[in-house]
Design a binder for this molecule. Structure first.
Ligand SMILES: Nc1ncnc2c1ncn2[C@@H]1O[C@H](COP(=O)(O)OP(=O)(O)OP(=O)(O)O)[C@@H](O)[C@H]1O
Ligand SMILES: [Mg+2]
Length: 353
């Protein structure tokens, strides 16, 4: 493991960092930026930011606006075309900042795995909805006859002697088990109750809930932003959505590991084509083995599971609940670092993107 000092932290980051002045001249950058643009530090510094690439879908006028209004923004899934015509999908985050006491912009460009992001953003919405509708339809069809079956077994139960009641009891128990599954398949159907809530309170409730069965060698680390305002949401639903993710992390860690919960706010976030001025970011990170490759493309589909005793409904329910809050849930995973990222818009004042 390489040891790093304060001065080379930036050069060890995978996110590309570029600092530009008010004329968009590059004043500083890290090593990742040089690799992204495939240019040396000498070529980058002193150059106009727009000369580093052939095309970037986040218009330079957005940078101008950020400087003028002193308000940062995030543009997810922006397309960057480099001089050598490589087309890369990046998340761009721009923050107005003071650098040597002068107003500058801090640009963070994070390369995203194009295929994964496109499949989560675009196909997620259509295909997963289809899968959910199919499963829900099926669950509906099962629910009614199942009720009849259980009722009949109950009637029969009363008429049988004790010895034979064992069989009807078994039917009733199995019908109840199936009914629980059907209820979960049907998903959340409760009317949403939005109120102002503190996200950290919700997270602390979840931590308390899981702490009863948490193995001692699994630690939960909090990295909360205390300045996050109360958010208008259905606390019960968000609790359920995040609990499912945290439970998965605990299960993935088996008996040993670390879970980190990070909360932040971000400005100007685009979710499913809608721009929001403010959004809540919650990241749940574990250092477990990672999501199995064969599940990655269908992870949020109902009934997709990698566990023998799993029903594969947890993440599907999480996604439905977060989508009901107009938010987004996605993930990135490598062995030793699995990150679920939930974004919930805070300001419901939409701006057309
Ligand atoms: N943090 C994680 N690390 C590794 N694998 C994960 C993680 N989170 C989810 N998975 C994988 O994704 C699968 C699907 O998760 P999901 O919560 O939808 O269903 P489940 O946990 O199998 O069952 P259920 O939640 O319904 O009891 C899991 O079975 C597991 O294989
Ligand atoms: Mg689960």
């Amino acid at each position: 493991m390489p040891s790093i000092t304060n001065s080379d932290i930036f050069d060890n980051m995978v996110t590309s960092i570029v600092v530009v002045d008010q004329s968009f001249i590059v004043k500083a950058n890290n090593f990742a930026a040089e690799q992204l643009f495939e240019l040396g530090a000498k070529r980058m510094q002193g150059s106009h930011f727009a000369s580093l690439y052939k095309n970037l879908s986040s218009d330079i006028t957005l940078l101008q606006q950020a400087l003028e209004t002193n308000q940062g923004f995030t543009d997810n899934l922006a397309t960057l075309v480099c001089h050598d015509l490589r087309s890369i999908t990046v998340d761009v985050c721009v923050t107005p900042t003071l650098y040597h006491d002068q107003p500058h912009l801090l640009l963070e460009l994070r390369q995203v795995d194009q295929q994964q992001r496109i499949s989560t953003e675009m196909q997620q919405l259509t295909q997963q909805q289809l899968a959910k509708d199919l499963v829900k339809g099926l669950a509906h069809e099962i629910k009614n006859p199942l009720g009849g079956l259980r009722g009949a077994a109950q009637l029969l139960h009363r008429q049988l002697d004790q010895e034979n009641q064992e069989y009807t009891q078994m039917i009733i128990e199995q019908a109840d088990r199936l009914n629980n599954l059907v209820e979960r398949l049907l998903g959340p159907n409760k009317h949403q109750q939005h109120n102002l809530h503190n996200i950290h309170k919700i997270l602390e409730t979840i931590i308390k809930l899981v702490s009863f069965e948490l193995p001692e060698s699994i630690s939960i680390e909090r990295d909360y932003d205390p300045s996050i305002p109360d958010v208008n949401l259905d606390a019960e639903q968000i609790q359920q959505a995040l609990l499912n993710i945290i439970q998965n992390a605990i299960q993935a860690l088996k008996d040993k590991g670390k879970i980190k919960i990070v909360t932040r706010v971000s400005n100007q976030v685009t979710i499913n084509g809608q721009r929001y001025r403010l959004a809540l970011d919650i990241k749940i990170i574990d250092n477990g083995p990672g999501i199995p490759d064969e599940l990655r493309n269908t992870l949020f589909y109902p009934m997709v599971t990698g566990r023998a005793e799993g029903t594969g409904l947890g993440l599907s329910i999480t996604q439905t609940l977060i989508q009901q809050h107009k938010g987004r849930v996605d993930f990135s995973s490598t062995p030793g670092h699995t990150e679920f990222h939930v974004t919930i818009p805070v300001e419901h004042i939409k701006e057309t993107s």
